[in-house]
Ligand binder design. Structure first.
Ligand SMILES: *Cc1c(COP(=O)(O)O)cnc(C)c1O
Length: 414
């Protein structure tokens, strides 16, 4: 009989968001009269409409495809040059960071890229992952066979977990031992924490000293308002020799449904063959994408390009301002209720300590039952997330104001 991939059987029941979906469904089935009243601050999905610059570019591109003279079929697997140049100029070279056009690989999402990147790494790497964490990094390593089984707390054998706590500001110190691949995400999902230049410099130095590679997820870089906080790992000297950066248009451009992202693989980034020879990773990722991927649709790449126009940049700023205004209100409401609050200042997530002795799923159930607000329980992001819950600022202003009022009824009862 055909064999399945046993590694999938190691995965712990349900990815976090399906479990949230199940609980919300169970609640609305039991209470159909209040179903319409539920406010969702759980999943980190944007709510505001697509920027006009992106919509216009997409429509014009669709019309081009409707004419024989301007029709396009398959595009380059790594993305069209017009978009790779717009990205390299707009996000990097225009800010004094060295990144070449052909170091940009356009894709349909950072979720896929952060998972697919494991294709170009060999077996036997030690993997370091923050806890709590975006679950994709962990689960894709399980699927790839880089871990053993999970223990009762959900921690997988073979992963080097780096606890992120209030004490370390949710940015882990570098490990005392050698690890090979390090997943870092700043501004962070779920904690809303940011990493300082000094902290990232320590990580780059560690990676250089140990031959490690940092997989840097900068999906939320656009939410950084404080100029002293790095938006890219490549702002740190030496990062071109030890880091891959993932970026997405999902959160800044509202592209969660449109689908466009990119990965930066510097040509100066090397890794070792099984026989100890140092070789660049860039050709491997290029080959991986050419073989398994046919890039992103032309209209979507034109829409992404338009985000770098003057109009596009202004429209992104307005979106960020809206969401960060929400984050401020949520932070203030939680603080006024006496909760210990983190994040929400350079990131669209507020991370709050659960009141009293309630655990995070308990807080989730209570918020759903008593306030009809969906939050995300910290434990769903890893053992160290227990005792916290995440509120997403991706919402309308009206909903956020209502969430602030409803928080009071629940938190006030402790
Ligand atoms: C939203 C998010 C992304 C973006 O994923 P896409 O697949 O590009 O939509 C990447 N990383 C993290 C941590 C995120 O929260």
């Amino acid at each position: 009989m055909a064999k399945l991939n046993d590694n999938y059987l190691k995965l712990k029941a349900g990815y976090l968001f399906p479990e949230i979906g199940r609980r919300v469904q169970a609640f609305t089935d039991a209470n159909p009269e209040v179903a319409g009243d539920i406010i969702r601050c759980g999943i980190g999905d944007v709510t505001e409409p697509l920027p006009a610059a992106a919509r216009d570019a997409m429509k014009a591109a669709v019309d081009e495809l409707g004419e024989r003279s301007s029709f396009r079929g398959y595009g380059p697997e790594q993305g069209y040059d017009f978009l790779r140049t717009a990205i390299a100029e707009g996000d990097y070279r225009g800010r004094g960071i060295e990144v070449a056009d052909d170091e940009i690989f356009v894709s349909d999402g950072s979720k896929c890229d952060t998972g697919n990147i494991l294709d170009i790494f060999g077996p036997g790497n030690t993997i370091a992952i923050t806890d709590p964490v975006y679950p994709v990094y962990v689960d894709t390593n399980v699927m790839a066979g880089n871990t053993g089984d999970a223990d009762a707390s959900g921690a997988y054998e073979g992963i080097h977990y780096m606890p992120c706590t209030a004490e370390n500001g949710f940015v882990p110190a570098v490990p005392n031992e050698k690890v090979d691949l390090i997943y870092l995400c700043y501004p962070n999902n779920p904690t809303g924490a940011t990493a300082t230049r000094e902290q990232l410099t320590n990580w780059v130095k560690y990676a250089q000293a140990n031959g490690s590679i940092i997989l840097y997820d900068a999906a939320y870089q656009a939410f950084v308002g404080d100029d002293s906080i790095p938006r890219s790992i490549y702002e740190i000297d030496g990062a071109r020799e030890c880091a891959i950066e993932f970026r997405s248009f999902s959160k800044n451009g509202g592209f969660t449904g449109v689908r466009c992202a990119f990965t930066v693989v510097p040509k100066t980034l090397l890794a070792e063959t099984s026989t100890g020879e140092k070789m660049p990773l860039h050709p491997l990722w290029s080959r991986r994408q050419s073989t398994k991927f046919n890039s992103v649709s032309y209209p979507v790449q034109r829409a992404a390009e338009a985000l770098y126009s003057e109009a596009g940049k202004a429209q992104i700023s307005a979106l960020i301002k809206h969401y960060m205004g929400n984050a401020k209100l949520l932070r203030e409401a939680c603080t006024a209720l006496g909760l210990n609050v983190f994040g929400g200042e350079n990131a669209p997530y507020v991370w709050a300590a659960c009141p009293g002795s309630i655990d995070s799923w308990g807080m989730f159930d209570k918020m759903l039952a008593e306030a009809k607000v969906v939050i995300t329980p910290g434990a769903g992001f890893g053992a160290a997330g227990e005792g916290f819950f995440r509120i997403s600022a991706f919402n309308s202003r009206e909903n956020v104001e209502e969430v602030c009022r409803r928080l009071e009824t629940v938190v006030g009862s402790f």
